[in-house]
Design a protein around this ligand. Sequence first.
Ligand code: PMV
Length: 319
Amino acid sequence: MTEWAKAVAHPNIALAKYWGKLARPGNYPAVPSLSVTLAGLATTTAVRFRDDLAADLFTLDGARPRDASRVVELLSRVREMSGERRFAEVVSANDFPTASGLASSASGFAALAFAATRAAGLDWGESRVSDLARQSSASAARSVFGGFVELTVNADSAAIVAPPDRLDLRVVVAVTSEDAKGTGSTDGMRRTAEKSPFYAAWLEEAPKSYARLRAALLAKDFGAVGELAEASALAMHASAIAAGTVYFAPATLAALHAVRVLRSKGVAVFATIDAGPHLKALALGDADAATVKAHLLTTPGVLRVIDARPGEGARVGEA
Ligand code: PMV
């Protein structure tokens, strides 16, 4: 039995969204994306290879998920590359709702890629770990790094665009459900590519809006970053909705409305939404974040809010 190897990783929120995959094998995104890795939420994962196992054993938040195939796939890649033959025990825990569009797959596969390679004796740097994580979940490639991070089309690994302090960003997550989401992102993307009349427009537009957002971030122009981020999320959802894939709950729209009302009153706040019902509000500094938080907490259907801000990438060790 090997020693436990532990790693911690944080979710990230895409400001310029990834939605859709290239036709080539290997899980490469069809559009470039730019995200912010969040302090305040964490996945911790421990891995050890054991002599006495007949299959990989995966525990998430104290339970054994019915479908562990993506975890087994990552472990099999690690076995191929390391010469490790044994099966592994994996124990993972999130301190936020799992599989509900809070990017648990991003932090989950980033932490797993770090912990599994270390447990197998592979002393890989961040780029190789990011490449391995990307093959399981493209957004996980970004969670390996801290601050503002991009994953470009055909790149194996994500890369840092700017450190966490580039903007004094606050992310207020309006939690609207504690349940697992209905349609996983891979299925949602496949359906969008197959059925959405707007998918071609999305593929055309997303790279341009990513480039504008990247430039606005480097210029520290929060107003432009926020506007572009909200537009990216709405364009992504418009393309998915046209294929029949709706991630919004009533509370998602109520929270979006609340953000827009606040903005009309002069507060610089913008919204983004991933493949789940939660809304993430983007604001600058503590005072605006407190205003946004108070409004979201009184919005019908919002269960609670989580405060997050730009943070560090994944690392070996514990939270
Ligand atoms: O990497 P996945 O399969 O978890 O897909 C992520 C998709 C979005 O979260 C909606 C957008 C993104 O870029 O993170």
